[in-house]
Ligand binder design. Structure first.
Ligand code: P53
Length: 476
């Protein structure tokens, strides 16, 4: 009983939130670079405010982030010390193809990740690679309108061919698009989409989503052709919906909210547009343009496993007053009165993880991989610089227990677990450094001050023990 022997314990990061080095060694500018911290962040990441380059009034935290570009050896050594079996990271597309539409890749970018993978190998750490974690080269945004253009499929295909061939034998686990459903909620940050006056926003989003779905199927096809050992997953920002009341309308609202997310995974895992989505699009007047062969591609190249992030469950309601309170959140969800919240208002629900795992496993019957989970919190180092983050340990222990229940008691097939932001990094939602997730503290603040020094928090030793006992010992 318990987790499988080869369970992949580890941690996760994304290039734009940790690397920095935004213009080094030929790297091109990307959408994720030009999203500032502060009140303009929300309009920029949702594609309502145009910011295609840096200006002097804003601070752009991704430019330097935690400078992993120059600290990766040290950071991987720390991951290895914790006993990581896997490290989830993403590739910055614009390091490999600075503009996105070149024929030949940038060797320096390819080499950077190759060195990282070799380093992981040294420690027996299996890389889990997100091909795109929100990033899109700015040249593709400006010239083609990013994923609204069909041409992006071809550029993404080139990227995939190059990386699958180059990293063959070094990387086996791949995710095509991080939180693919984020395109609906943060379309600029998630997919480089910016909306002009008069745009039919829904139409643009679903057309772009179709392009990503086709690109994902092509990536899966090529990955399997290049190396039959390759395992490709989709990636969903998950969290099941609970109806606010047993009122049938609330239950139905929950079903609909859930389908908005499942839509993507239904296509990637079952290989076709589900009936409810076709009907909904028809009602909304959304016409997705498909090319000949798209349907066959989607059907023939479904994913091998289902990966997802889980931070919280969600609540659905039809009550207009309650709905009002959630306006302005990326994932608008009503507060659940039975749950506690983090300092950022994210509700804490370990049982919700078990519920979500069951929902996904029942629906797709493919192995699951939890690739993000964790607590964003304010950490205050003591005079020696030590962070005693019992609150984080508590959160993680409860979630690991819940996933163990899903495995042991419900029979869910779970490949692994990578906590989000295993080393402190920049928050995607807010751009803050202050919202920390790591086992490793990084000395840097919201304004970019700090020595970037890395130090182990209390949770570092805790997680090391969890991994060493394959999840048996969760005690503090
Ligand atoms: P942060 C919400 C908002 C933005 C990104 O989020 C999100 C979510 C949660 O689903 O998705 C993931 O940094 C994402 C990561 C991100 C993490 O959640 O706002 O894949 O890039 O950092 C946590 O606290």
């Amino acid at each position: 009983m318990g987790f499988r022997k080869d369970f992949l314990w580890g941690g996760a990061t994304a290039a734009n939130q940790c690397e920095g080095g935004y213009n080094e060694d030929g790297r091109g500018l990307a959408n994720v670079d030009v999203v500032p911290i502060g009140e303009d962040r929300f309009p920029v990441i949702t594609g309502q405010k145009k910011m295609f380059d840096f200006d002097d009034e804003h601070f752009y935290p991704a430019k330097e982030a935690i400078d992993m570009y120059h600290h990766w050896k040290e950071d991987i050594a720390l991951f290895a010390e914790m006993g990581f079996k896997t490290y989830r990271l993403s590739l910055a597309w614009s390091r490999i193809f600075p503009n996105g539409d070149e024929k030949e890749p940038n060797e320096a970018g390819l080499k950077f990740y190759e060195d990282i993978f070799e380093e992981c190998k040294k420690y027996g750490i299996e890389p889990l690679v997100t091909i795109t974690h929100f990033d899109c080269p700015m040249h593709l945004v400006e010239k083609y309108g990013a994923w609204r253009s069909r041409e992006l499929v071809g550029f993404y295909e080139n990227l995939c061919r190059v990386i699958f061939n180059r990293y063959k034998g070094l990387v086996k686990y791949w995710l095509t698009f991080n939180e693919i459903n984020m395109i609906l909620h943060a379309p600029f940050m998630g997919a480089g989409l910016y909306f002009e006056e008069g745009d039919n926003v829904e139409q643009v989003k679903y057309q772009a989503a179709h392009h990503e779905l086709v690109a994902s199927a092509i990536a899966t096809k090529i990955a399997h052709e290049v190396d039959p050992e390759n395992q490709v997953g989709c990636m969903l920002a998950a969290g099941s919906y609970y109806p606010y009341t047993p009122k049938p309308e609330d239950v139905w609202a929950g079903r609909q909210d859930e389908r908005e997310n499942y839509f993507f995974i239904d296509v990637q895992s079952r290989g076709e547009y589900p009936a409810y989505a076709l009907k909904e699009m028809e009602r909304k007047g959304i016409e997705v343009v498909m090319e000949e062969g798209d349907k066959e591609l989607l059907k023939a190249h479904t994913v091998d496993f289902i990966s997802f992030s889980y931070y919280s469950s969600r609540v659905a309601t039809t009550d207009p007053e309650l709905l009002e309170q959630t306006a302005g959140n990326i994932f608008a969800s009503v507060k659940n009165p039975y749950l506690e919240s983090s300092e950022w208002g994210w509700q804490i629900d370990p049982l919700g993880l078990r519920i979500t795992m069951n929902d996904l496993y029942d629906r797709y019957q493919k192995p699951l991989f939890i690739v993000e989970n964790g607590l964003g919190a304010v950490d205050t180092p003591d005079e020696k610089g030590y962070v005693a983050d019992d609150y984080r340990i508590d959160y993680l222990a409860q979630h690991v227990q819940a996933m163990r229940d899903a495995v042991d008691l419900d029979g869910v097939d779970l490949l692994g677990y990578t906590t989000w932001g295993c080393i402190d990094l920049v928050s995607a939602g807010t751009g803050e450094m202050k919202k920390r997730y790591g086992f490793i503290y990084v000395d840097r603040d919201n304004d970019g001050n700090g020595s970037l020094k890395r130090s182990k928090k209390k949770s570092f030793d805790w997680y090391k023990k969890v991994i060493a006992t394959n999840g048996e010992d969760l005690s503090i």
